[in-house]
Design a protein around this ligand. Structure first.
Ligand code: EPU
Length: 477
């Protein structure tokens, strides 16, 4: 047992990537369940098709045109599901995306003692939280989805103990948890690293002032969820301001929490004795919306993105305008039109409201076919550029140096087989395939299925030539 003298002990810098950020599709239970039912005790597939390793075959040259509907944000709904643990009774979430990560979080909540019912047609999840919940989140789930760490704060607040497996690093970076731990220590918890688990204990958390070294999304969420049932007032400074944080705080507010400042750098929470379950609609997925926007511009397309809030994507949409696109607001979203080859445009990723790191692969892909040279800078993850060698296989001219990438645009990429290491790189490689001559085969697409509901179906509706097929090269079976 290692007692954490300081929270840095759980940082995992430099740790080798073993499982990657995604789910090994071969380990997912698949038994052809009927739609819209709960499958207690087993991990269902988000999409029956991913039970075997699959790949996308993309034929370049199509112009994307038409309408696309965005559903709730992956990076919000997973935290909303964790937040349900804070109140006994039935919480209902709507606009739940049909993605694998929701399946994994459902399984995690079941193992904690909750009844979870998912209705894919209605895009809802109901979570029946018992009076007494378990407090252990095992490695087999946490390693598949690091967002599982979001149960740490709620479990500690609800049960006085949380044993959550350390997720390890992943393809985009080492992603330590030191800010989460430091905040919980300040709130009076003891935190130890035992046999690969964070073991946090606190009979009663107490309010504290917490300064985050970096506006971490996950740490802000965990600490807010811990603080809502703490004794007294907690102030989180340098808090993350992402729309997903606001969404979580809105739901917690409806549950009876007292929170001020969500969406700003200072969040103040006054703890309450108990919370009640609610029904809540998940905020729309700005990263999926931004992916459609980039894809429209790259393919000289005309795409209207519905259920999207342009205020959540201001810098990204402004970059597209700089690149030559026309972006118009529509009632429930925005329309992106492009009638000429994009002009190269610099981008610098930063926490919200900066350019989102999760759109960095799309920015690289766009610049890879733009006229001119762009500098793209990554400030959030140390390894986000690791997939540029795959883009280079498509002929992209990209040179990286530390956290900068210089992209020299060329008129057309050149189709090739590529492998995706994570969700966003996968989406970036697919849209790069749309502007590549010939065929691009993208392998390991279970990563994409984690974050993009029905990505290939939606692309086909917009006119893309993309086929999902089993991947014989993966050697399954
Ligand atoms: N960090 C630390 N210590 C901590 C926490 C974070 O050093 O205790 C570092 C991370 O290593 C990273 C940076 O701070 O370099 C930002 O991490 P953050 O905590 O903000 O990210 P996260 O909560 O782990 C969420 C999203 C990511 C998204 C980031 C940034 C979820 C489930 N994940 O991760 O989404 O990139 O915020 O916006 O909400 C994705 O969807 O593909 C994805 C990776």
């Amino acid at each position: 047992m290692v007692v954490l003298a300081d929270p840095g002990h759980v940082a995992q810098g430099g740790r080798a990537v073993v499982a990657g950020s995604g789910v090994d599709a071969r380990e997912i239970y698949h038994a052809g369940h009927p739609k819209g039912t709960a499958y207690d005790g087993r991990v269902e597939t988000a999409n029956a098709a991913i039970a075997r390793p699959q790949r996308f075959r993309v034929t370049g040259g199509a112009r994307l045109a038409g309408d696309v509907q965005v559903t709730g944000a992956k990076n919000s709904v997973l935290k909303l599901m964790a937040a349900a643990l804070l109140a006994p009774g039935v919480t209902t979430l709507s606009e739940v995306p049909d993605i694998l990560d929701v399946t994994i979080m459902s399984e995690l909540l079941r193992r904690l003692g909750c009844g979870v019912h998912r209705d894919r047609e209605a895009a809802t999840v109901t979570i029946d939280v018992p009076q007494k919940v378990e407090h252990r989140a095992d490695y087999d789930l946490v390693r598949r989805m690091r967002a599982s760490i979001a149960v740490l704060g709620p479990l500690l607040a609800r049960t006085g103990e949380a044993d959550v497996a350390l997720p390890g690093g992943d393809a985009i970076g080492s992603r330590p948890l030191d800010f989460h731990i430091a905040g919980l220590l300040k709130m009076g918890a003891t935190v130890e690293n035992e046999h690969g688990f964070i073991v946090a204990k606190a009979k009663q958390l107490t309010g504290a002032t917490i300064w985050l070294d970096f506006p971490s999304v996950g740490a802000t969420e965990n600490l807010v969820m811990a603080a809502v049932l703490a004794d007294g007032c907690t102030e989180i400074d340098n808090a993350a301001r992402e729309p997903e944080i606001v969404d979580l705080c809105v739901m917690l507010g409806h549950m009876g929490a007292q929170i001020e400042g969500a969406g700003t750098s200072t969040i103040v929470i006054v703890g309450v004795d108990s919370l009640r379950p609610v029904s809540h609609t998940t905020v729309a997925d700005r990263i999926v919306a931004g992916t459609w926007a980039m894809a429209a511009a790259m393919t000289l397309g005309d795409v209207t993105v519905h259920n999207a809030n342009p205020a959540h994507l201001e810098i990204a949409l402004d970059k597209l305008v700089t690149a030559g696109a026309t972006v118009d607001r529509v009632d429930d979203g925005f329309r992106v039109m492009m009638d000429r080859r994009p002009t190269a445009v610099d981008a610098v990723t930063l926490p919200f409201p900066g350019f989102p790191t999760d759109l960095l692969p799309m920015a690289l892909a766009l610049n890879a076919v733009a006229s001119g040279t762009a500098m793209v800078t990554e400030n959030v993850y140390e390894s986000r550029f690791s997939f540029v060698n795959e883009l280079a296989r498509l002929g992209a001219d990209i040179r990286t140096d530390g956290h900068h990438a210089v992209v020299r645009g060329r008129p057309l990429l050149s189709g090739a087989p590529v492998t995706t290491p994570d969700i966003r790189a996968g989406a970036g490689l697919v849209i790069a395939g749309l502007v590549a001559e010939g065929e691009t085969i993208v392998s390991e697409i279970h990563h994409i299925d984690r974050g993009y509901p029905k990505f290939d179906e939606q692309l086909r509706v917009l006119g893309a030539k993309i086929v999902r097929e089993d991947d014989p090269a993966a050697g399954f079976g």
